[in-house]
Design a binder for this molecule. Structure first.
Ligand code: PEP
Length: 253
């Protein structure tokens, strides 16, 4: 059975006090309301990871994640954090290749392949984001484009290493816009990506891979999206900033 995962990407939001308060609220609700087979993840700004991580102590199905990491282990890269640093701080997950990182920080598929390697070498689970622009969707090329993102950033991995990766399909046109992919659109892409993975690694590896949906997923539409056969959870932006909404999503399987 594939892991069900709901991950909240807080992006560049919350002050220190607000982050601690949100983490505490989420932790209390995960304990009381979320089934143990659903893994809940909070990805706060890196400055607050250690504080937020404290709130996850003793709750097996609650973890923290970083929002990115550098591909190098250390060095003169002002402002960056590395995978060994995250590992040393007890961080189990790292989001890689979010469309905002691709757009504003010019992260390429090749650079993301190096980041994935750095994460895996340090026993971090990458949550690898992929997705197409509105232009690509309207042009009809979107399935092949997203499959190519996987090919170029992940398909150099061994089957064993690939098995450690979580994928998040996030159509760029649906992120932060209030436009959600329909459940049919999400299922079409997720099934296509699973087939693409099967073509490279075989059906068993593809069947074991958790593929999350992201893009204006909220407390109202999560249940319909999560009911799709190939949707294994969500990567949540705006709706992860309110504990009640976030936990409603985590209970939507
Ligand atoms: C995201 O940025 O990963 C995301 C899914 O954002 P939102 O839920 O706000 O669309």
């Amino acid at each position: 059975m594939r892991k069900k995962i709901v991950a909240g990407n807080w992006k560049m939001n919350k002050t220190a006090a607000e982050a601690v308060a949100l983490a505490a609220e989420v932790a209390a609700l995960v304990k009381s309301d979320v089934p143990s087979n659903v893994q809940v993840i909070m990805a706060p700004p890196s400055l607050f990871i250690s504080e937020v991580n404290k709130a996850t102590e003793g709750i097996a199905n609650l973890s923290v994640s970083a929002q990115t990491c550098h591909e190098k282990a250390s060095g003169a890269y002002t402002g960056e954090i590395s995978a060994p640093m995250l590992a040393s701080a007890g961080v189990p997950y790292v989001i890689l290749g979010h469309s905002e990182r691709r757009q504003y920080f010019q992260e390429s598929n090749a650079q993301l392949a190096a980041k994935v390697d750095a994460a895996l070498e340090n026993k971090l689970t990458p949550i690898f984001c992929c997705g197409e622009s509105l232009e690509l969707r309207e042009g009809g090329e979107f399935l092949a484009f997203v499959a190519q993102q996987l090919t170029e950033s992940l398909f150099h991995l061994s089957a064993e290493a690939f098995g450690q990766v979580v994928i998040a399909y996030e159509p760029i046109w649906a992120i932060g816009t209030g436009l959600t992919a329909s459940s049919a659109q999400a299922q079409e892409m997720h099934a296509y990506l699973r087939q693409h993975i099967a073509g490279k690694y075989g059906q068993a590896v593809a069947d074991a891979c958790s593929i999350l949906y992201g893009g204006s997923c909220n407390a109202q539409n999560a249940a319909e999206l999560f009911a799709c056969a190939d949707v294994d959870g969500g990567l949540i932006g705006g709706a992860s900033l309110k504990a009640g909404d976030f936990i409603t999503i985590a209970k939507s399987f």
